[in-house]
Design a protein around this ligand. Structure first.
Ligand code: PEP
Ligand code: MN
Length: 279
């Protein structure tokens, strides 16, 4: 991949002080919910307010998102709080609507990354955009498939490209909702050190009490940011209730995290080795 440096541009402004933080509900539910969460996250380390508008649900009959109306709620939240906005896009129509509503960051969900046809459709629709585009890993532990999706966006001249590690599904139950398989993320980072790498501990753990520990591992492995699902009433969230944290818990997580500064390279390297040895 050529010109990898340019991918970092959107991150550089934030990287020195904080890892980049994307937070907000799994799903936009109502206008009031989106605005209330946005105001609670306004004066924190959060840069991007996330909210799923179209939700890929495993089985039919569950809440599948509020649809395009939610984009207006995100715009209103941005106008009122100054937070940048983020949502998932899974086809050309989603991309067109998200761009029309000036959403700042678009992510590709794990269920989309597995499909080269859908990835290509989204990449074509985004061609040349300067919005931030983050590609989640595919649901299955396949580094080449993840890289292939990133290459399709790179070829579509997406300048502000990054990836999100959200873990990999397994048939056997483990303590994680999606097994982190840290080695795959580390291999990605080794091959593409200039592509920002964000961790999504919410979908890795599936449980709010494990978010801190997984976030710390990600920072120890030199990830560039975190995406953490946040809701003022997690237990009553319309999707992913068990893994969302309140804005107050998010603030506490950021107090508890040891955030590696650039000058701590040696410390970061040692803890990275520690994590890999533990595996
Ligand atoms: C999400 O971020 O809400 C989501 C559906 O994530 P994933 O694609 O990682 O399952
Ligand atoms: Mn979710």
């Amino acid at each position: 991949m050529e010109n990898k440096k340019e991918f970092r541009s959107w991150l550089d402004a934030h990287k020195l002080e904080h890892p980049i933080v994307i937070a907000g509900p799994c799903s936009a539910e109502t206008e009031e919910q989106v605005l209330k969460i946005a105001h609670e996250l306004k004066d924190t380390d959060v840069t991007y307010l996330r909210a799923g508008i179209w939700k890929p649900r495993t089985r039919p009959g569950n809440f599948e998102g509020v649809g395009a109306i939610g984009l207006k709620w995100l715009q209103k939240a941005k106008a009122e709080t100054g937070l940048l906005t983020a949502t998932e896009v899974a086809n050309r129509a989603h991309v067109e609507l998200a761009l029309e509503h000036d959403i700042d960051l678009l992510w590709i969900g794990a269920r989309s990354t597995v499909s080269p046809f859908i990835v290509q459709e989204i990449a074509d629709a985004l061609e040349g955009t300067d919005k931030v585009v983050l590609v989640k890993n595919p649901v299955n532990p396949d580094l080449a498939l993840w890289i292939g999706a990133v290459e399709r966006f790179h070829t579509a001249n997406i300048k502000n490209l990054g990836v999100i590690h959200r873990g990999f599904s397994t048939y056997d139950k483990s303590k994680y909702r999606n097994n982190p398989e840290w080695q795959i993320a580390v291999d990605f980072q080794t091959r593409y050190p200039d592509i920002p790498l964000i961790c999504d501990p919410s979908h890795i753990t599936g449980k709010r009490d494990m978010i801190l520990e997984v976030s710390q591992t990600a920072l120890d492995l030199n990830f560039d940011g975190l995406m953490i699902e946040t809701h003022y009433d997690p237990d009553n969230a319309w999707s992913d209730a068990a893994q969302q944290v309140t804005p107050d818990s998010l603030i506490q997580i950021f107090k508890d995290l040891r955030i590696r500064k650039e000058q701590d390279d040696e410390v970061g390297y040692q803890s990275k080795l520690g994590v890999l040895r533990a595996q």
